[in-house]
Write a protein that binds this ligand. Sequence first.
Ligand SMILES: NC(=O)C1=CN([C@@H]2O[C@H](COP(=O)(O)OP(=O)(O)OC[C@H]3O[C@@H](n4cnc5c(N)ncnc54)[C@H](O)[C@@H]3O)[C@@H](O)[C@H]2O)C=CC1
Ligand SMILES: O=C(CO)[C@H](O)[C@H](O)COP(=O)(O)O
Length: 301
Amino acid sequence: MELGVIGLGRMGQIVANRSLSAGHDVVAFDLSAEATAEAAEAGAEPADSVGDLCDRLGGEKRIWLMVPAGDAVDATLADLEPHLDDDDVVVDGGNSHFEDSVRRAEETDAAYLDCGTSGGPASAEAGFSLMVGGPEWAYEALVPVFDAVATGPDGHDRMGESGSGHYVKMVHNGVEYALMQAYGEGFELLTDGRYDLDMESVARTWNNGAVIRSWLLELCEEAFREEGSDLGDVADHVAGGSTGTWTVREALEQEVPVPIIYQALAERFDSRNEGRFSRRLANRLRYGFGRHEVARRSDGE
Ligand SMILES: NC(=O)C1=CN([C@@H]2O[C@H](COP(=O)(O)OP(=O)(O)OC[C@H]3O[C@@H](n4cnc5c(N)ncnc54)[C@H](O)[C@@H]3O)[C@@H](O)[C@H]2O)C=CC1
Ligand SMILES: O=C(CO)[C@H](O)[C@H](O)COP(=O)(O)O
């Protein structure tokens, strides 16, 4: 099959490379000429614009977008629009909000597949897990490419109508936050607890047969191996947060309790705050009701 790939960063290069390795032809474009050249070195045909990519693909276009979620997806679709008709298929493999995907599917002449992609750059060798929403015929048309980009035929499936792929990926990310938080709390207790333990050894032992073994736990093991049992100079600041916020917002709308996912999200936000106002007020209130001593900031700020 011939596939156009737009967006050739950490993830898009893998989409292009795995498609090429499976024998598909790839036409590649990125706003960055360097990224396009990297794909060309790997065997893709380089394009110098979205229009050029469409000209090179010819009829019945199959195009995979792997650009940052948000405005870049809308901008790319606006550039694609004059070149698309209803026998073309566009896949958005990024972390788009599912409601944006539903809107884009309605606005686009081509069949639109929203594809939640999990595995990250670390899965270049093994392949991704792909959660796809959109028209069944379009999903079937792309199966050879999904087979190549995913771990294989079991690594992808059609979740349902438009939006469902990105909806499932949104919830996946909420679960990811909660699992990270649970492992983090366990290792924190082990680090601060009664025994002098080697965290890499704990993680390795757990990863071999324990109930809680997982890929995230393998990544914990790798982190302790590479950074040290105390994580060395790794800061207590966790970035990101948009996909987990979407999950919690959706849970509130659906009135589904997700306290653990919410708590993990709140902990992430908290990691970016120094001198939390609520803690300072609690400190002062204890003086108010109990005349307990108020701890004061040493810098007077
Ligand atoms: N990095 C990760 O672990 C994962 C990322 N994703 C999602 O995949 C998407 C891509 O992520 P990454 O590859 O990590 O980002 P990245 O920042 O590494 O790459 C994005 C690429 O898109 C290009 N680009 C931006 N706007 C463009 C436009 N209008 N036209 C053409 N190219 C454009 C940039 O030049 C860049 O090369 C995002 O939606 C991200 O949330 C999904 C799962 C995992
Ligand atoms: O989708 C992913 C993993 O599954 C991406 O790594 C994503 O960037 C993670 O979300 P956040 O930035 O909110 O932590």
